[in-house]
Design a protein around this ligand. Structure first.
Ligand code: NAD
Length: 480
């Protein structure tokens, strides 16, 4: 019999424990998971902010080395419990895929920058030395989405704590157990290495009212909001410094110089990642007419199912509901019962039964089709044929709706690539790869789940949650 190392035994034991804990996934709410009661969860936002204030004072008094020790433990626990949080996220929200959510947690653990991201600057000259340091804001109020709930809580916590802040979360009510699991995980990590018992805080029952308390509380110095257009607008009108990470509707252009087979596979891989929940995921394709058939054929070989225009109308009537807005205008809104669902489940709704390996629904549409115009966050991908690069860029820019969030292109023509990148002005532009390469998954660069386009911080990291402070020593300390 082959020798089994201690590390392998530990890995097997940890997997078995995780599986046992996953079984507890039926017994959870915003305050506990199985028999474990969460730490740092408050009934009143004012109490949560007070506790976050105490945590801030503790973090401020901590050495950078200690902060980093704490973050290392958050990373370790995140890796160890990634599968549990992924399963819980799917169970609670009904959205996404466990394997992909697991990968997202590992990505956060591995590639979210820590204290190394905080770098001071010095300037010396005839008048002495001036030092610019990146200081914490104090208590950060963070609003998080249902689409990447625990991933965002952990990613925000690592960056905000690395920067020396305290954090209070007002998570999405539909993902509150998963978000609070992550809050508790951060607090367990803190306690394990001798940090404060309550390092980050959250609510038993987050509401728009508790968000409003957070936004107007004098102790909250920075608001960080990850979500759709409504919430970003709300925090930006709060009168406080705010970081807004808003909605996207990423277009993809495929021209006739692309490796079309690879483009088909990359697009399906990106579009179906966590059932299209990530805001960066491919949402609509503009394909040159002369390669569109080859592209569709590659997609079909990679888990796509092609529906005709009649089926597309049937599906549109189900996944988009008509609702009156405040002014009485009828608007199409995405059905929450369809967001993040498997392609197979969505196809069943129009009477089509497919095997489990079908992961994406594709269809040819015109530009005006709601599948192109709306941010569906489902594995449904409309394909619009275009005649040339001018038409492709024009339509893709319009479909992005000025979010300036994310766009993708498959091409070997550097002029076409540059022209689209310049025209679309997105925070993330991915060339010849699946969308997730843009957040460090198979692409260079750090990871984040808070992509702040509207307020300009971009791919946020610890330094995004800091404020500059200048310290001047006149006429001394230039030692050369
Ligand atoms: P959502 O907009 O429904 O909710 C986000 C959060 O905002 C929730 O916590 C919600 O309770 C809260 N909220 C909503 N309206 C509010 C208001 N008026 N005041 C205070 N709080 C309010 O988002 P969702 O459906 O969970 O997530 C999907 C959306 O978020 C998509 O549009 C997606 O593109 C976007 N998103 C963007 C990023 C990014 O990094 N830019 C990341 C993830 C999700």
């Amino acid at each position: 019999m082959a020798n089994i190392s201690e590390a392998e035994i530990r890995q097997v034991v940890s997997q078995v424990l995780n599986k046992m804990q996953s079984a507890a996934a039926t017994n959870y709410d915003s305050t506990h998971y199985g028999t474990r009661k969460f730490v740092g969860i408050f009934a009143d936002m004012n109490d949560a902010i007070e506790a976050a204030g105490a945590a801030y004072r503790a973090v401020r008094a901590m050495s950078v080395e200690k902060r980093e020790e704490l973050i290392t433990e958050i990373r370790r626990l995140t890796r160890a419990e990634a599968e549990i949080m992924a399963a819980l996220g799917v169970a609670e929200t009904g959205m996404g895929r466990v394997a992909h959510k697991t990968a997202k947690h590992i990505l956060v653990a591995d590639k979210t920058p820590g204290t190394e991201d905080i770098v001071s600057n010095a300037k010396t000259g005839d008048n002495g030395l001036t030092l610019v340091e990146m200081a914490p804001f104090g208590v950060v109020g963070a609003i998080t989405p249902s689409t990447n709930p625990s991933e965002t809580v952990i990613c925000n916590s690592i960056g905000m704590i690395a920067a020396g802040n305290g954090v209070v979360f007002n998570p999405h009510p539909n993902a509150i157990a998963t978000s609070n699991y992550a809050v508790d995980l951060v607090n367990r990590a803190s306690k394990a290495v001798g940090g404060p018992e309550v390092l980050v805080c959250s609510m038993v029952k987050p509401t728009l009212e508790s968000a409003a308390v957070m936004q107007s509380h004098p102790a909250v110095r920075l608001l960080v909001c990850t979500g759709g257009p409504g919430v970003v607008k709300a925090v930006l009108s709060s009168g406080k410094k705010a970081i807004g990470a808003g909605a996207g509707n990423p277009p993809v252009i495929v021209d006739d110089t692309a490796d079309v087979k690879k483009a088909g596979k990359d697009i399906i891989d990106g579009c179906t990642f966590d059932n299209n929940l990530p805001c960066i995921a491919e949402k609509e394709v503009f394909a040159f007419r002369n390669i569109a058939d080859e592209l569709i054929s590659s997609m079909l070989k990679n888990g796509a199912y092609l529906i005709d225009s009649k089926q597309a109308e049937q599906l549109a009537a189900i996944v988009l509901e008509e609702k009156k807005d405040k002014s009485g205008r009828v608007r199409k809104v995405i059905s929450r019962n369809c967001v993040g669902r498997d392609a197979k489940v969505l196809l069943e709704k129009i009477g089509v039964n497919v095997s489990d390996d079908i992961r994406c629904i594709i269809c040819e549409t015109n530009f005006e089709h709601p599948f192109v115009q709306e941010e569906l966050m489902m594995p449904i991908l409309p394909i619009v044929r275009v005649n040339n690069i001018d038409e492709a860029i024009d339509l893709a820019v319009k479909a992005e709706h000025g979010n300036r969030h994310t766009a993708h292109m498959h091409s070997k023509n550097i002029d076409n690539l540059s022209r689209f990148a310049r025209a679309v002005e997105t925070t993330i532009f991915v060339k010849n790869a699946p969308s997730y390469a843009g957040i460090g998954f198979g692409g260079e660069g750090h990871a984040t789940f808070t992509i702040a386009g509207p307020t300009g911080e971009g791919i946020t990291s610890a330094r995004s949650f800091t404020r500059q402070r200048r310290c001047v020593m006149a006429d001394s300390f230039r030692i050369i």
